[in-house]
Design a protein around this ligand. Sequence first.
Ligand code: ADP
Ligand code: MG
Length: 253
Amino acid sequence: MAEPIITVNNLQKRYGNFEAVRGLSFTIHQGEIFGLLGPNGAGKSTTLEIIETLRDKTSGTVQVCGYDLDSQAELIKQVIGVQLQSSGYYPGLTLTQLLSLFAGLYNTVVDPLQILSLVNLADKASAKVKELSGGQRQRFSIATTLVNRPKVIFLDEPTTGLDPQARRSLWELIRTIRASGTTVVLTTHYMDEAEYLCDRIAIMDQGKLIALDTPDALIDQLLEKGFERKKDVKAATLEDVFIALTGHTLEPI
Ligand code: ADP
Ligand code: MG
């Protein structure tokens, strides 16, 4: 069941004298939602961009879908989807036109409306990116990763800066994508998000892997060390209050 889809072995990345990634080894399984966590500067984006073929590594090996990064980077590009910053889109084009354009880059044809429906943006087919809310933009940028029917998609902080409803809407979208058989690799600074979404989590600090397991196992390991919360936590959080007051529906605009 746990077929490897990405294998990273002793990956190192140096920027000048600075070692951003220091001998990272891990395996991502086919079909899982895999979270890469860690403080700012830990090396998460560097690691993802190397796997995505967008950044050169210093040493180590990477395999994606059976292709080797050193000799088969072009083949890797064909089978992955990478979320870009929304500022990079052509401002004059509609969502439909942008999806067709992206598909053209992969020499394929897509039904833009079908992809937009999947990310709950069918009613925005004729809109431009600048007319979308933050959450809608993020959903659209995820839609663009799907045009080449990738085996694995990479989302670097997909929910940063979004309101609670938009975040939840993205969570459900990510689960839907995974349910269709696509492996999802994401980074996040939100622990509730990682706990809800990720099958397994790798925690990085200063370029090194310091933990890798299921969220449940990581919590159990901490408890086994005798960890106790300082005070009782209420059965609801302020975020629950916010959601209850403003509604569970998808963000309106
Ligand atoms: P994260 O995504 O975990 O916040 P990054 O991978 O972006 O971390 O960065 C890891 C470290 O490498 C940071 O200290 C960052 O300043 C440094 N770094 C990232 N990109 C470059 C670059 N192009 N040149 C020099 N240093 C960089
Ligand atoms: Mg980053």
